[in-house]
Write a protein that binds this ligand. Structure first.
Ligand code: DGL
Length: 211
C-alpha cells in the first residue's frame, strides 16, 4: 500500500492547487489526478448531479489502485464526501473541514468571510462547520461564480480578472471580516488579486493548504 498513489479529483484544474502543496510536503508520493474539464463547472449544477459525477471520478481512481482519495474540490466535498466515506474501500479526505478549522484559528475579530461556488455557498456547509467550532462567529458567505471560468481559461493574470474580482467581491464592501476562506480550489490562483482588493489586514485561508 505504501507505494500506491494518492488520488485527487476536481472539476478541472483547481485541484492542482492542492496537489502542489502535497508535492511540496510529500515529495515521494505518487499522484493520480483527474480534472473533469469536460463537465466543468460543477458550481452551478444541482448537488445530486455533482454527486453522481464525483462518484464516477472516484471509482475511476479506485480502479487504478489509489490508497487514499482527496476530494480537491469544495463543491464535490459538499455533494459527495459522506457517500464516498461510506462506500469507498479507501480513506477519503475533503477540503471543507480543514478550511473551517484554519479560519477559526486565524480570525481575531470572529468576522469570517467565505467565498465559493454557488453549490458550496448554497449548502451552508462552511457556515455550519465554522459556527460549530466558534459559536459567536459572524460569517458572510458570497458566491463568486465567475472566478472558475477565468481560471479554467488561464485569464487569471489579466486585467479582466482584476475587474471580475472587484465586482464579485463588492458584497464585502464595508464588512468587518478579517479572514476570508477561499472556498473553491480554483480561487488560490486569484489569491494575489484578491489580497490586493482587500489590502494586507485581511488574512486569506486556503483550505487546500490546510488539507
Ligand atoms: N474547484 C471546485 C471547488 O472547489 C469547483 C469549481 C467548479 O467546477 O465550479 O468547488
Amino acid at each position: 500500500m505504501k507505494n500506491q498513489p494518492i488520488g485527487f479529483l476536481d472539476s478541472g484544474v483547481g485541484g492542482l492547487t492542492v496537489v502542489k502543496e502535497v508535492m511540496k510536503r510529500l515529495p515521494n508520493e505518487q499522484i493520480y489526478y483527474i480534472g473533469d474539464s469536460a463537465r466543468n463547472p460543477y458550481g452551478p449544477r444541482p448537488l445530486e448531479e455533482v454527486k453522481e459525477f464525483t462518484l464516477q471520478l472516484a471509482e475511476f481512481l479506485v480502479e487504478r489502485g489509489i490508497k487514499l482519495l482527496v476530494i480537491a474540490c469544495n463543491t464535490a466535498t459538499v455533494a459527495a464526501l459522506e457517500v464516498l466515506e461510506n462506500e469507498l474501500p479507501v480513506p477519503v479526505i475533503g477540503v471543507i473541514e480543514s478550511g473551517s478549522k484554519a479560519a477559526v484559528e486565524v480570525s481575531r475579530n470572529k468576522n469570517i468571510g467565505v467565498i465559493g461556488t454557488e453549490g458550496t455557498i448554497r449548502s451552508h456547509d462552511y457556515e455550519h462547520q465554522i459556527s460549530n467550532l466558534l459559536k459567536d462567529a459572524k460569517i458572510q458567505s458570497v458566491a463568486c461564480p465567475r472566478f472558475v471560468s477565468i481560471v479554467e481559461k488561464h485569464q487569471y493574470q489579466d486585467d479582466l480578472a482584476k475587474q471580475v474580482v472587484s465586482e464579485e467581491l463588492s458584497p464585502f464592501e464595508g464588512s468587518k471580516i478579517d479572514t476570508l476562506v477561499l472556498g473553491c480550489t480554483h480561487y488560490p490562483l486569484l489569491q494575489t488579486i484578491i489580497q490586493n482588493h482587500f489590502g494586507r489586514d485581511l488574512t486569506l485561508v486556503d483550505p487546500g493548504v490546510e488539507t
